[in-house]
Structure formats: C-alpha cells, structure tokens
Design a protein around this ligand. Structure first.
Ligand code: TLP
Length: 349
C-alpha cells in the first residue's frame, strides 16, 4: 500500500487533529477589531499567563509578529542588532528595512547568540553620523543553527548589557516552547528577560495558523495599532484562535517526543556514508544534515529522497533540513531512515 510521504520539511506542515477541528467548529466568535471575540480574548489571556507577561496579541504569522515588534520598538533610522543566521535577517524579505526603516547590524555568532564583546563593538556611540542602536533581536530556538537552545545564562548577560545601555530586546521565540521543554527552563523565565516575545502556534504546537506577541500592556497597545496598519486586524478570528487555545492546552509537553525522534533520526543518519552530522548537537526538533561528502548536490538529495517518499528542504550550500513534529511518528522515522540509507548507500557505496 502506498504511504503518504514522510514530511520532514518543517514543523509548519502539521494538520489539525479531529479534536482541534472540533474546538474550531465550536468556537464562540465576535468581531476582534472591536475586541469582541471571546475566543481570541481567551487565547490572549492564556498566552499572557503561560509566558508570565502582562498582555498578548494574536497575529497572523511569526513574520508578522516579528515585524510588528520591530515597528513598535524602533524609529526610522535606528539600528537593530541581529544574528547573521537569524530568521529576521534572512527570511522576512527585508521587512525591517521596508516597514520600520531600520538598518540591521548582522553579527556572525558561533552558536546563534552574541558574546558581550560583540555587542560592545556593535553598540554605536552617540554620534550625529551614526544610526542609533535601539534593539537586539534573539532567536530561541535557533532555526539555522539546527534548533539550538540559547542558554538562559547567555540571555541574562545580554539582558544586563541591554539594560545598562537602554536597549530593547525582542525574542523571536517561534519555537520557545521547544527551548523550554528541552532545557527545563520555564517559558516565563525566557520572556522575563525580553521586552517582547513572538511565539508560533503554527509550528510544533500544531495549530494551522497564527502566532502570539507577548509583552507589557503598553507594548501590546502599540503592537495592536501596527497590526491594524499591516492589515492584520481580523474579524471573527476566534475560529482560528480556538486552535491556538487547544494547542497551548494540549501540545506543549509532547514536544519532548519530537525531540526524541529528531535525535533518533540524527543518530541513524550519522552512521551513513556521505552524511556528516553530530547527533549530540541535536537539542530539539531540527536536524541539519551535511551531504557534502556524498558527491550529491543538495538538490539531488532533496529529489532522490522525495522520489522515495521522504520530504526535506534545502538548507544551505551543502545541507538539507529535516524537522520532526506532531504528524511524524516512530514508524515514519524508521521509514525515513530506511530511505536515507538506500539513497546514500547507492550514491556513495
Ligand atoms: N520558519 C519557517 C521558514 O520560514 C524558514 C520554517 O520552516 O522553519 N522565526 C523563526 C525562527 C522561524 O523559523 C519562522 C518560520 C518564523 C519566525 C516565521 O514564521 P511564519 O512562517 O509564521 O511567518
């Protein structure tokens, strides 16, 4: 019998379960631009509570959340310090330049977070020639660094640096619950170190659409205005928010299963000819696989795997990415391992 492909392209590909669809179908709704939708309110209150923040705002996507945060913290001509491999720098179509008129200062980091000396160097003096350094953006877990968790101690040091210089911190926490489940550090602690946090409902948490911004009441008031400006003020959006409520109530702890499966996949792959990766480096649900030694191009690998029913994405000149999620079980991992083995032993062997 033909199987559906094992879809490891991203944790964004999950489909709502029957229980989640039931919650969607039964959602009580109102007009959220009038702040009248009880299900959106429930979601925002729950998000604020779980993250220990004063307030929360439901937004259409992670990208929208990050861009609204940058709009809210900066003025035209300011500078924001980002990791050179961050989502904000690479995958948001230059949104900070276009929407906020902000220049990004991209720093190369070993593991996705900044050393204080780097921040000291990047921080601009008060000089009429230079942009004003206003914001530091962090990403936890770090996507391009293979789902790496930024240690809480590193975040504390960055927070102390920012505080002393009156800089804001925005956390792209698209996968902050993965970080929390992997490290055992409460999400509240991560968020307490930042002026704003964005997290996604539509990734590991398994909702079909949506992300949250959390922060102070003042920040969220401003963010709500920018959301409206960007066309993100939605009406009976409780239909979608209901999936978010369901996800926050049911799908956090189970992220540990995704992490276990990612490690299992990585361990099996690390033994195969032509593949380079360190399974001990896999902390959460993202596995970045270096195929340089196989003699195959990244496009070849993606295509050969796809022909055999396994989907991954190109993720650099010599790397592909596999991500585990709610719709991937142990059997899927076994199938994926078998397909990788066949493709790579044929290519290399
Ligand atoms: N990441 C997607 C792609 O855009 C790369 C993925 O498949 O991983 N921050 C981080 C760290 C992200 O990984 C993503 C999405 C976003 C923000 C943006 O979220 P969306 O896709 O909801 O705009």
């Amino acid at each position: 019998m033909a199987h559906d492909p094992v879809d490891l392209r991203s944790d964004t590909v999950t489909r709502p379960t029957p229980e989640m669809r039931k919650a969607i179908a039964e959602a009580v709704v109102g007009d959220d631009v009038f702040e009248d939708d009880p299900t959106v309110k429930e979601l925002e209150e729950l998000a604020a509570e779980i993250t220990g923040q004063e307030a929360a705002l439901f937004v259409a996507s992670g990208t929208m959340g990050n861009e609204i945060a940058i709009l809210s913290h900066t003025q035209r001509g300011d500078e924001a310090v980002v990791d050179i491999d961050s989502h904000i720098y690479n995958y948001e179509t230059a949104g900070p330049a276009v929407l906020s008129g902000v220049q990004l200062s991209p720093l190369k980091t070993a593991r996705g977070w900044f050393a204080i000396e780097q921040l000291e160097e990047a921080h601009r003096p008060d000089d009429v020639h230079e942009p004003v350094t206003r914001l530091i953006c962090l990403e936890n877990t770090h996507n391009r660094k293979g789902g790496r968790v930024i240690p809480i101690e590193a975040m504390r040091k960055i927070r102390d640096f920012a505080k002393a210089r009156d800089l804001k911190i925005h956390l792209d926490g698209a996968r902050i619950f993965n970080a929390s489940v992997a490290s055992g550090v409460d999400v509240k602690e991560y968020c307490s170190l930042c002026d704003s946090t964005m997290f996604c409902l539509s990734k590991g948490l398994g909702a079909p659409i949506g992300s949250m911004l959390v922060g102070s009441c003042d920040f969220i008031r401003l963010a709500r205005r920018y959301r409206k400006m960007l066309g993100g003020g939605m009406r009976q959006v409780g239909i979608i928010a209901a999936a978010g409520v369901y996800a926050l109530k049911h799908n956090i702890e189970r992220l540990a299963e995704d992490h276990r499966r990612a490690r299992k996949l990585a361990e099996a792959l690390s033994d195969m000819p032509g593949i380079r990766l360190e399974p001990e480096e896999i902390e959460t649900n993202i596995v970045v696989i270096d195929v340089a030694d196989s003699g195959l191009t990244v496009d070849d690998v993606v295509l050969l795997l796809e022909r055999n029913g396994v989907l991954v994405v190109p993720f650099g000149r010599t790397t592909v990415r596999a991500v585990t999620h709610l719709d991937v079980d142990d059997e899927d991992i076994e199938r994926a391992v078998a397909v990788f083995r066949e493709v790579f032993s044929q290519a290399v062997g």
